[in-house]
Structures are given as C-alpha cells and as structure tokens.
Design a protein around this ligand. Structure first.
Ligand code: NDP
Ligand code: 2IT
Length: 464
C-alpha cells in the first residue's frame, strides 16, 4: 500500500490511517470501489487527526467504515411469461450518528455489496455536509429494469419491499432513488410499504407531488450541481454564461444539469448512456432537452436515437480501452453525471490538456484517483460528488420536513433553500480546506468537514 504522506516518515496518524485502510481491504476483499472510497477519504484526514488525537483514540474511522447493519435478502419475482427470477436485495445502514439512515436505492446489474458499501460510505459524508440531520445508507439490487415491462418492474419492487419494509421507517431509514430507481419505482415501492404497514408516512423520498413528494426533488441533484459550479466559478470572478459544457449520462441528474446550464446561458454539448455518447456542436437547447426527456423517461430509449432526430450531432459508441472520448471534446467545464469511475486518468489528462477550468461531479465518485490527482495538479476547480451532488439528498431532507409538517412548500421556496444549502456546502468546503492548509481543495474540505461533524456526534454518543 502506498504511504499516505509520501515524503515523510510515517507518523502515528499516518500509520493509524494506513492500518484502517489495510483492515478494510482484508475484511472486505474484492470490494474494490469501497476500498477506493475509504482510501480517498483516509488520505485527506491526516491533518484533522493530528490536530485532534481524540478522533484516533475513539476509533472514529474504524467505526465509520463498519456499517451499523447490512441487510441482504432474496428477491424472487415472476416475469410476464411466468418465468421465475431471483435477484439479490441489499440495504446498508452505514451511520445513524447525526440522523436516521438516508440514501438511495440502485437497481443495476452491476450492483454488489462493494458498490453499495462505497455509496453508503460516501453518503455519510455528503449528508453531513447538507446541514440537515441525516445519517447515511444505500441499498438496491442487481435487478436490471432495462427492457422490463411496467408490471414486471412493479412485481420486482413489491417483492423487494416485502422484505425491506421490516428494516425501514420514517424515523429509522428513509430510502430514495438512484440509478435505475426513479418516480415509477418509488411509486411501486411506496404503495407496497403502505399496504403492508397500513401507514402513510414519509418512509421514502422522491415521491410524486400528489402523494407526499416535494417540488424540485426531481431537479435537485442536477440543479444543485450547477449551483455548486456557479459558486466555484464565482471565486474566480467567472460565471457559466457562454461556457461550453460536457455532460455525461442522460438520466435524472444529467437532464436537470443540462436544464439549469441552459437557463444560466451555458452551452451543454453532450449526453451519454451505457451505449455511447452524443456530441451536438450546436448545443442542446430546451427543445432538444425536452425531446431527450421524452426519449429517456417515457419511451425508455437509447441516446443514440438523438442523432436521427438531430442529424448535426454525432454518436460515438462506448469505448472499451479505458478511455471515454467524450472527455476529449474541447470545453470549458465538465459535469460527469452517469456513474462511478467514468473519468479515467487519461480522460482527466485530456480534459486538462484542453484547458477545462471546472469539473463538478453530479455522479458519485465518477473520477478515478489518478484523475483527481491530475485535476489537483492542474489547479482547476474540482467539486467532488459528495459536495457537488448533495442537492438531491438535501431536497430529500426537505421532503422529509414537509411530510412531517404535512405541508407543501412552493417551487420557489424549495429552490431557494436548495440554493442556500449548496452555497453553505461550498463555503464549508472552502473554509475547511483553507483552515487545514490546502486552500481551494474542495475534496479535502468536504472530507474533513463531513468527518468532523459525524465524529463529534459519535464521541458525544459514546461507543455505539
Ligand atoms: P439514472 O438511472 O436516471 O441515469 C443513469 C445514467 O447513467 C443513464 O444515462 C445510464 O445509462 C448511465 N449509466 C449508468 N450506469 C452506467 C455505466 N455503467 N456506464 C455508462 N453509463 C451508465 O440515474 P441518476 O441520474 O439518478 O444517477 C446518475 C449518477 O448520479 C449516479 O452516480 C448516482 O449515484 C448519482 N446521484 C444521483 C442522485 C439522485 O438524486 N438521483 C443524487 C446524487 C447522486 P443507461 O441507461 O445505458 O444505463
Ligand atoms: O447519491 C445520492 O445522494 C442519492 N442517490 C440521493 C439519496 C436521497 O436519499 O435522496
């Protein structure tokens, strides 16, 4: 394992942090994304543990990398032809130090324990940054909703919730959406929970507005990521107006990132899905975005179809050589909004070589560690996912408040709160980075600020 402080003799703190990471690798073999997420955080905690040895003595990080509870279960369901399928369901209840477990559900064939462990671990820090009282969790299944009918998705959701309902509740654990889980899935999950528990409560967020949802929740992650980008640019006296922007993904986060970029005068020029990416040199405007939303959310089609409708755009199939040529398109800003590790080291090098000034992560951990190092070395504005995409879970927190109060805030009210929260997260990351001697390093700022909030709560609450 590489030393956390490469050119110095290892201190007690460094040895402690390396031991925690080594222990995670030994105890959770094969969970590569989880190792990656823990190592990325551990590397940035040296100064805060040096300053406050109580965090080491109380074994805070040792406890934060061990979930409070992991639930794994069989999810049997019957397809439209009568064939029986068995998927694996999960919920990781990572930390309830500052509030009930909170985080999304992912339905994607790549889901396994290690993927959800990374997402749950990141969620703890992200939720701490939002200023709202939410602990961290994540769940999902290796179920693939692609190509399935609505009734098949409903039967799967009902089977998944039949088990999950034992473990969640509005004061215990409040799931939401993530990849493959949108308002359709939340509806089926909510309906089944309500039926089994005989209880209409805010047990899930991302609900439709007519039955307990919040305005702006669908938009929140994308809008929040763009608000975070605006804040970062403002520190250099710049705005998004006139900036050419690369966006990956074409799901919930990508769609509303593009919508807000257009509203602020930027020019988004790309979208992608697992089949490849489209490049539209004329820019994606509101009309084209509306077409994409219909394609993706209603017809559930592939992004490749964009070039049939808008022939001046080009489609490039997904590469398999560890590079994604989407990131080699010249642009001012990049918004990865698809999935983890979608920006490789060479992709990051291509972005830097083209003079990109800002990367704001709508997705969770979309940049590999070598890529983050390249952004740091180049001194660009880099907003890590756990800060930049926290707007989604933040508005989930606002949905919980509205459910508890049995009221509905207006669009403007929720949007104003979202803006305020993103500005606060930005300020916290910036101030913390400065306080710990790495001004402008939002990744270090986010990790330390999130850690301190959770760590202090854990010390207050004793060894639990
Ligand atoms: P959606 O399911 O709505 O969209 C996901 C998009 O990413 C699709 O275009 C999908 O393409 C693409 N994608 C997924 N997996 C891969 C892959 N392995 N390779 C290439 N493309 C892929 O999900 P969201 O938009 O909600 O989530 C996108 C990212 O944002 C995720 O990292 C998620 O964790 C993160 N996020 C989401 C939040 C939310 O509120 N929804 C909040 C904070 C972060 P295809 O259709 O081909 O699979
Ligand atoms: O990664 C995330 O923050 C989400 N998928 C949203 C979680 C939530 O509870 O709204």
């Amino acid at each position: 394992m590489t030393s956390l402080l490469k050119d110095e003799l290892p201190s007690i703190t460094t040895r402690y942090l390396e031991a925690v990471v080594a222990d995670v690798v030994a105890r959770s073999p094969g969970e590569q994304e989880f190792h990656q997420a823990v190592a990325e955080v551990a590397e940035t905690l040296v100064p805060v543990l040096e300053r406050n040895p109580a965090y080491r003595e109380w074994k805070i990080l040792d406890r934060m990398v061990e979930p409070e509870r992991v639930i794994m279960f069989r999810v049997p369901w019957v397809d439209d032809r009568g064939e029986i399928h068995v998927n694996r369901g999960y919920r990781i209840e990572m930390s309830s130090a500052i509030g009930p477990f909170k985080g999304g559900l992912r339905f994607h064939p790549s889901v396994y324990l290690g993927l959800l462990m990374f997402l749950a671990f990141e969620q703890v820090f992200k939720n701490a940054l939002t200023t709202l009282p939410m602990g961290g969790g994540k769940g999902g299944s290796d179920f693939d909703p692609k190509g399935r009918s609505d009734l098949e998705v409903m039967r799967f959701c009902q089977s998944y919730m039949t088990e999950l309902q034992r473990h969640i509740g509005p004061f215990t654990d409040i799931p939401a959406g993530d990849i493959g889980v949108g308002s359709r899935e939340i509806g089926y999950l909510f309906g089944h929970y309500k039926r089994i528990r005989n209880e209409f409560s805010g047990v899930l967020t991302g609900k439709e507005i007519e039955w307990g949802g919040s305005l702006i929740r669908p938009e929140a992650t994308g809008y929040g990521t763009v608000y975070f980008a605006e804040e970062m640019l403002a520190t250099r006296g710049e705005t998004l107006d006139g900036m050419t922007c690369l966006v990956s993904g074409s799901g919930n986060v990508a769609q509303y990132t593009v919508e807000k970029l257009i509203a602020l005068g930027a020019k988004p020029v790309s979208l992608s899905d697992s089949g490849g990416f489209v490049h539209d040199p004329d820019g994606i405007d509101d009309e084209k975005l509306h077409w994409v939303m219909e394609l993706k959310n209603v017809r559930r089609g592939r992004i490749q179809e964009y070039v049939e409708r808008f022939p001046r755009a080009t489609f490039t199939p997904a590469a398999t050589d560890g590079r994604n040529p989407l990131w080699a398109i010249p642009a001012h800003c990049a918004f990865p909004c698809a999935t983890q590790n979608e920006i490789s080291g060479p992709d990051a090098a291509a972005l830097v070589a083209n003079g990109v000034v800002l990367v704001a992560e709508g997705a969770n951990m979309p940049t590999v560690p070598e890529g983050v190092d390249r952004f740091r070395a180049a001194g660009i504005l880099y907003g890590p996912g756990k800060a930049a995409n926290a707007g989604g879970v933040a508005v989930s927190g606002l949905e919980m408040s509205q459910d508890a109060l049995r009221i509905t805030w207006t669009r403007d009210e929720v949007d104003l709160r979202l803006r305020g929260i993103m500005a606060s997260i930005h300020r916290t990351c910036r101030d913390t980075a400065e306080e710990y001697g790495v001004p402008g390093d939002y990744a270090v700022g986010a990790n330390i600020a999130g850690f301190v909030k959770v760590a202090d709560a854990m010390i207050d609450q004793g060894v639990v």
